[in-house]
Design a binder for this molecule. Structure first.
Ligand code: ADP
Ligand code: MG
Length: 285
């Protein structure tokens, strides 16, 4: 283990002269709950308020790459190459349409990572090691936030994200089965914390696709807040068609329509996350 465990917030987002970014993994083994939409738009919102953001696309579907305007043919060096140890993370980083937000893109090659690497001793640590090299190379922009967009599974890719992360952020869709599967996610987090990454925590749960006119949405909100208490962000992301349209233009919703309810919600979420991070820092100081 590294010195990061004894000084979890050294080099955190707003620390001066610091290097290590806060690494947040967007994780939920369910598909279609808003992980990628959150990676793209929360990343953009954090960049808009002055953070230096890196999105790492760790889903073979590559939706975060597409949604940030990096088309498949532009994805030369990808997260798969980084995990395989063929290139450094620095070499794989590309700019996006968002100032202050860079990307490590993904392609479907990533799907074969698990098979190729399952016999290797350091298979769970590939992302973490790559991020540590990035933080220390002194060669380019240093990031204050890294958002890792996970695939919809608790696979080796998600495990790599959890081992590399300071905390996970769980997007939860306001639907009937919202809580189903969360106990499995929680127990995976516990296991990772016990065996591989003692600093891992659930930073928060963000309710997505919320519809205040829908009784079910309201009931789900109530249930989730009962179970997770203060872990649930006050900010909820509304169901908003602009959020789902934006990726087809290769843009985050914040660039496609800044005023729409979805973009505004992601700006509020970014502020809330930064406030929460500052409170955590104050608590350990
Ligand atoms: P995941 O990454 O968890 O699989 P996505 O972020 O890709 O989920 O979202 C699944 C689908 O729902 C996408 O088509 C996306 O555009 C849409 N979507 C996500 N969040 C919202 C929202 N708040 N309102 C409307 N559509 C949304
Ligand atoms: Mg996704």
């Amino acid at each position: 283990m590294t010195d990061q465990n004894s000084a979890p917030f050294s080099g955190s987002a707003t620390g001066r002269g610091s290097v290590r970014p806060r690494v947040l993994a967007l994780a939920n083994q369910k598909g279609g709950v808003g992980k990628t939409t959150t990676a793209i738009n929360l990343g953009t919102a954090l960049a808009a308020i002055g953070e230096k953001v890196l999105v790492v696309d760790l889903d073979p579907q590559g939706n975060a790459s597409t949604g940030l305007g990096v088309e498949a043919r532009e994805r030369k060096l990808i997260s798969y190459d980084v995990l395989m140890g063929d290139v450094t993370m620095r070499e794989s980083i590309v700019t996006t349409c968002v100032p202050g937000l860079n990307l490590v893109p993904a392609t479907q090659d990533l799907a074969s990572f698990e098979l190729q690497i399952s016999g290797e001793k350091d298979r769970n640590f590939r992302l973490r090691n790559a991020l540590e090299v990035l933080a220390r190379d002194g060669q380019g922009p240093q990031f204050t936030y890294v958002l890792v967009d996970c695939p919809p599974s608790l696979s080796l890719l998600t495990l790599n994200a959890m081992v590399a992360a300071d905390a996970i952020l769980v997007p939860l869709q306001c639907e009937f089965f919202a809580l189903e599967g969360l106990s499995q996610l929680r127990s995976t987090v516990m296991q990772v914390r016990a065996a591989l990454n003692p600093r891992l925590d659930i930073q928060g749960v963000v309710l997505t696709m919320f519809d205040s006119r829908n009784k079910l949405s309201v009931q789900v909100e109530k249930d989730v807040r009962e179970v997770f208490g203060a872990k649930v962000y006050e900010t909820m992301i509304p169901r908003n068609v602009r959020l789902s349209e934006a990726p087809s233009y290769g843009k985050p919703a914040l660039l496609y329509d800044l005023k729409c309810a979805g973009s505004q919600a992601y700006l509020r979420l970014a502020s809330e996350i930064i406030r929460r991070e500052q409170a955590l820092r104050a608590a350990v100081a």
